[in-house]
Design a protein around this ligand. Structure first.
Ligand code: HEC
Length: 207
């Protein structure tokens, strides 16, 4: 029985007991209580008959390593994360848009190396110039790109790598993220993620 049905049954029981009281009992005060029970029970039944919709947070993409077989699978997960948990699409577009306020990411996987992409996501402050337009010490311009690996977005390393794979794929580049690099839950350090490496990234072997 669904939760709503249970509550409706309770409501009916309250209305029923109120009606019984009114029918069987003469004492004034008890009859008032019976009347109140009927009114409240009816209110409850009306409220429960309104269609209910649970507002739950969006289902989290589960990163099931067992289903990931090829770099294309990684990019597919990355695409989902780009448009959901990663919130990238709130700010970025893929392709020109009139309302875009943040860099268009079309072709970004071809323009930026994988290492630079990783840094853009996890160290957004790194390449933002200092602001000298005032007296005294130059200040840093605040980066408007959020730290993707920290709250509130807080993507895991696997998720960031798969977003990078997606950015490379949609730019027509070969995907340089390999399945062997992804961290298997429980044995986190088995496959170290090499991000600070230039040139073709070789496969990190899980021992
Ligand atoms: C709150 C808006 C916002 C969100 C969300 C956001 N970005 Fe950004 N991003 C920016 C801005 C603004 C810049 C330009 C640099 C700056 O001002 O910090 C930027 C820069 C970048 C760059 C560097 C572009 C270049 O040409 O150097 C990349 C790559 C990037 N973002 C990817 C992503 C990805 C992938 C996600 C999702 C995981 C994401 N961004 C989420 C606002 C955002």
């Amino acid at each position: 029985m669904s939760e709503v049905a249970k509550l409706q049954l309770i409501g009916l029981m309250i209305v029923g007991s109120g009606a019984l009281i009114l029918l069987l009992i003469r004492a004034q005060f008890v009859r008032v209580i019976g009347f109140v029970a009927i009114v409240l029970g009816l209110f409850t039944l009306v409220a429960l008959s309104v269609p209910q919709m649970a507002s739950l947070p969006p289902v989290e993409e589960k990163f099931d390593i067992a289903t990931v077989k090829t770099p294309t699978d990684i990019a597919t997960i990355g695409q989902k994360i780009f448009f959901s948990k990663g919130q990238c699409a709130l700010c970025h577009t893929i392709g020109p848009s009139e309302s875009a306020r943040c860099p268009d990411l079309k072709g970004i996987g071809a323009k930026l190396s994988r290492e630079f992409l990783f840094e853009s996501l996890t160290q957004p402050q790194a390449y933002i110039y200092l602001d000298y337009r005032h007296e005294g010490q130059p200040k840093e311009y605040p980066a408007r790109m959020p730290y993707i690996n920290k709250n509130p977005i807080g993507l895991s390393k696997n998720e960031i790598l798969s977003v990078i794979a997606f950015l490379q794929q949609m730019s027509g580049e070969p995907i340089s993220v390999t399945v062997a690099e992804l961290e298997v839950p429980g044995q986190a350090s088995a496959a170290p993620v090499k991000v600070a490496q230039s040139g073709p990234v070789d496969v990190a072997q899980a021992h």
